[in-house]
Design a protein around this ligand. Structure first.
Ligand SMILES: [Zn+2]
Length: 439
């Protein structure tokens, strides 16, 4: 058999496959949704199933609304007979435990769209051996792993007090209770947080889920006590500043949570003072992300806490309530700070750095780009350092950056195309010969 006939035969097979995929589904008599079921196994999967009265509709979708987001996840689902099942692989796509998921089924038959009632699935941490206990203490729902009840109840008392104090200062009550999950050891805790967690994390709050996770093993009691206060304060702050436009500056949020641990910034002040000579962080530089290295991260928390302390002592306890209310009205960070203090944010920052005798932080200029060390065909002898005559990568004498010639060289494109042609030809030959053997 010649090449051409092999290819023709392959194309015919492909056309047959396409035709079978594209065939219209058998005419349906879908008349509505029957029983719906959902089940979750932590770290493994969530499954959603539904009965289809009268058979499958032309198009079927599952709509998932995850707590804490405004987006709806839409999954096309293929029915099998008079039922359909969708499986979310939670091992592949991490979901934070204690997330509640609203789900609905949607069928489309021609112009007609039928949506099922909404039901709720709680994706909880049901890993074997945890043996959860639970109790409600004030605005807190406590969950503890077997044996940790006394500790958990102690944290419940601390959390209730912390929430009450934060509500008082921010002038806003919690929108709903807070869940606190107390794990015994590090592995249980990190198993709940998923792959993105930083290894030094000792506790974590998910204000959008109104949930705090923490663990006992190896953490001193004083640390655990302040962690509970800190994380619960984050949930109150999130409620008090909630708006559809943006989150408040990170330094404000972390600063308030840190200040709330002792209702003071006395523990943070020495760190800021000790760094005042070598340069502090500008507040607009820490309104989204904190630095990744430990010292700078601790400085960011400390600046936030000491700034909150300054605002409260200079502008009274009503300042934080005015700040929170400005955020709820959709104000920017600068507008909210002005509403809280009557001063422009810039003035507030200047006063802050002056109070530590620190220089006002200035933007750091980027270093110039170094010359490229990529070997190109026009420089057969290129060895990393630009030669004296200078190819396109040579740096000018004044050290200013040269626009890099980073277009892919033509020879590389040719090699890639040639490799692609060989692979495709090989695949076609393999498929054709196996089709010949099979048929
Ligand atoms: Zn925090």
């Amino acid at each position: 058999m010649g090449h051409l006939s092999r290819v023709a035969r392959l194309l015919a097979i492909a056309a047959m496959l396409l035709a079978s995929f594209g065939a219209p589904p058998s005419v349906d008599a879908f008349s509505g949704f029957g029983a719906m079921r959902a089940d979750a196994t932590y770290g493994r999967d969530m499954t959603f199933s539904v009965q289809l009265s009268g058979g499958a509709p032309t198009d079927l979708e599952l709509l998932l609304d995850f707590e804490g987001t405004d987006a709806t996840f839409v999954a096309p689902v293929t029915a099998s007979g008079d039922s359909a099942t969708y499986r979310w692989d939670a091992n592949q796509d991490y979901v934070t435990p204690n997330t509640s998921i609203g789900y609905r089924w949607r069928a489309t038959i021609g112009d007609r769209v039928v949506t099922s009632p909404e039901a709720e699935l709680l994706y909880d941490d049901d890993r074997a051996g945890l043996g959860w206990g639970t109790a409600t203490v004030g605005d807190t729902v406590l969950h503890w792993v077997g044996g940790a009840e006394d500790q958990a109840r102690h944290f419940g008392d601390l959390a209730a007090g912390a929430a009450q104090r934060a509500e008082g200062i921010l002038g806003h009550a919690l929108n709903a209770p807070v869940d606190i999950f107390v794990y015994r050891d590090r592995d249980q805790f990190f198993g709940a947080l998923g792959p993105g967690a930083r290894e030094w994390t000792g506790a974590a709050a998910y204000p959008e889920l109104r949930t705090v996770f923490m663990y006992l093993e190896g953490n001193p009691q004083s640390y655990l006590d302040s962690v509970v206060t800190h994380e619960v304060t984050h949930v109150v702050f999130a409620d008090a500043t909630d708006n559809p436009y943006h989150r408040p500056a990170r330094w404000l949020n972390e600063g308030f949570a840190t200040w709330s641990e002792q209702q003071s910034a006395a523990d943070q002040r020495p760190l800021v003072a000790s760094m005042a000579g070598s340069g502090l962080l500008a507040f607009p530089a820490i309104d989204e992300q904190f630095p990744i290295d430990d010292t700078s991260a601790r400085l960011a928390y400390a600046e936030g806490a000491t700034m909150i302390d300054m605002i409260l002592s200079q502008h009274g306890r009503g300042a934080m309530a005015r700040l929170a209310s400005a955020y709820r009205d959709g104000r920017t960070d600068a507008q909210a700070l002005r509403q809280a203090t009557g001063e422009p944010a810039e003035q507030l920052y200047r006063d802050y750095f002056d109070s530590f005798g620190a220089a006002q932080p200035r933007p750091v200029a980027p270093d110039p780009l170094l010359p490229s060390i990529v070997r190109t065909p026009s420089e057969p002898g290129a060895s990393g350092a630009p030669g004296p005559g200078g190819g396109p990568t040579a740096a000018p004498a004044d050290g200013s950056p040269t626009p890099a010639t980073d277009a892919t060289p033509a020879w590389l494109l040719l090699v890639l195309i040639a490799a692609g042609v060989v692979i495709v030809a090989w695949a076609v030959w393999r498929a054709a010969s196996s089709a010949r053997r099979g048929g």
